[in-house]
Design a binder for this molecule. Structure first.
Ligand SMILES: Nc1ncnc2c1ncn2[C@@H]1O[C@H](COP(=O)(O)OP(=O)(O)O)[C@@H](O)[C@H]1O
Ligand SMILES: [Mg+2]
Length: 442
């Protein structure tokens, strides 16, 4: 992509309304714009990151055996009345009346709708287990939307729902999602720690929040230091094997959010040097709630003995749009964002230090074409801006590698390659620079 043809409205000054660094940087890097309180337009650069995150989340859901569907954003109130949550959800639910005076709502979550959908499709216990997920916008009329897309009113969530014949089978489905979350956040370049959590309005008795550590997190968390260093299962993991040992390993050390924190237990179980007290951002939340929705919504099947049993379920959320901010909170410096390779909006930023100079233009075009042909996604700054402005803009938007081409270097056949994360610069021949970048991404 040529910057001269792109839409990248970056901002030099820090916007006053932004309280935390990710919000500041997303506005400055031209990723989002507020449309109204807690509701955002995703500009091209932000949208690319959002899609990359979404695809990794999807990939790991599918790997764990979940099947993708797409439920609507607008739902009828009927099922919510049946489950009792139409009243319980309170003001966070955006209620809408259609032209026939029917009560509708913008879905804050989808347990009711998926339970009803599954009920209408399932014929026998042989259709179990099943895990259906979708990635869809949600609306929650938060009292205090803040921190940009971190706590928005409209936000993108991946939500999966498992259906099993027995609680024991249900636990296996829960474990699959637990492990798939470990892999998902790892691929996003994040250290997410599963913490025993309160089940809140969704109810049930097994729940974990996946928390990443960041100073600006909304919750106070307490855990054993070891959890930050644990290895995540590889891509070759067989999800149908026994996952209990992995779960046991990850849930053995102490880890709790402030609601669940027990200071005495923390002191007794964790050596002082291993105690980690920090702020955290919730990026995922999984629940097992048994028959909480299947009973009121009459989702049951005959088991192999002919007995009618209520189906056992869980739900599993990932804050896809929140993750964009969470990744920035975890990975930035004074100059801007530092994207992990897996979610960066472009792979390489190519800077032409003297657009209009024939030799420099030719060298840039050449590199741009070669890299693009090899599936490297390049953002080529071909504008007439000053070199200083180009450098600071490129640092701001945080692409992992920069390729800097100026007239002096071109004369001797050399360009500069800069690593955004370390700031290290290397002068290389054009071919070596090309090969280095290719090897970084393939
Ligand atoms: N207002 C919001 N803005 C952005 N992301 C949100 C918001 N509310 C929830 N999420 C994300 O969706 C995930 C699943 O939501 P859930 O656990 O049901 O919400 P809550 O923790 O508010 O009860 C959360 O872990 C979080 O990452
Ligand atoms: Mg939650």
């Amino acid at each position: 992509m040529r910057l001269s043809k792109y839409f990248l409205p970056t901002i030099k000054e820090n916007p006053k309304e932004a309280e935390i660094v990710s919000h500041r940087l997303m506005l400055r890097a031209g990723m989002i714009r507020q449309a109204s309180a807690g509701i955002y337009t995703w500009l091209p650069l932000g949208f690319k990151v959002l899609k990359k995150i979404e695809n990794i989340v999807r990939d790991e859901q599918v790997r764990a055996g979940a099947i993708e569907v797409l439920m609507p954003t607008i739902q009828s109130a009927d099922l919510w009345k049946q489950s009792g949550r139409y009243e319980d959800y309170g003001k966070e639910m955006l209620r809408i009346t259609d032209r026939h005076d029917r009560e509708m709502l913008y879905g804050p979550t989808n347990e009711e709708l998926i339970t009803d959908t599954f009920k209408n499709g399932i014929k026998s216990y042989r259709d179990l287990p099943c895990n259906l997920f979708h990635i869809q916008w949600k609306f929650r009329d938060e009292v205090r939307p803040r921190f940009g897309i971190m706590r928005g009113r409209e936000f993108l969530m991946k939500d999966a729902y498992s259906f099993d014949l027995t609680a024991e089978e249900g636990r296996k489905s829960y474990n699959k999602m637990f492990v798939s979350y470990l892999r998902t956040f790892d691929r996003l370049g994040l250290k997410a720690i599963p913490m025993a959590a309160d089940t809140g309005p969704i109810g049930g008795d097994m729940s974990h929040e996946f928390i990443i550590l960041a100073e600006t997190g909304e919750s106070e968390v307490y855990c054993h230091r070891d959890l930050v260093e644990f290895d995540v299962p590889g891509a070759d993991l067989d999800y149908d094997s026994d996952l209990e040992p992995i779960i046991a390993k990850w849930t053995a050390p102490y880890a709790a959010t402030d609601e669940e924190h027990d200071a005495e237990r923390f002191a007794a179980e964790v050596d002082e040097k291993d105690r980690l007290q920090a702020r955290g951002i919730e990026v995922g939340h999984i629940f097992f709630f048994g028959s909480k929705y299947s009973r009121p919504l009459n989702l049951s099947v005959q088991d192999s003995t002919g007995r009618q049993v209520a189906i056992e379920s869980g739900s599993y959320g990932v804050g896809v749009s929140r993750l964009v901010g969470a990744i920035i909170e975890a990975s930035h410096d004074d100059n801007g964002i530092i994207w992990p390779k897996s979610v960066s909006p472009f792979d390489v930023g190519l800077i032409n230090l003297k657009a209009g100079d024939e030799a420099t233009d030719t060298a840039c075009e050449n590199l741009y074409n070669r890299l693009t042909k090899d599936n490297i996604d390049v953002l080529y700054d071909d504008t007439n801006d000053r070199a200083g402005a180009k450098f600071s803009n490129m640092d701001l938007i945080g692409l992992p590698w920069q390729l800097i081409v100026g007239p002096r270097g071109v004369k001797s056949g050399e360009v500069e390659v800069k690593c955004r994360a370390t700031g290290a610069r290397e002068t290389l021949s054009m071919d070596d620079a090309f090969n280095k970048l290719i090897s970084e991404f393939h």
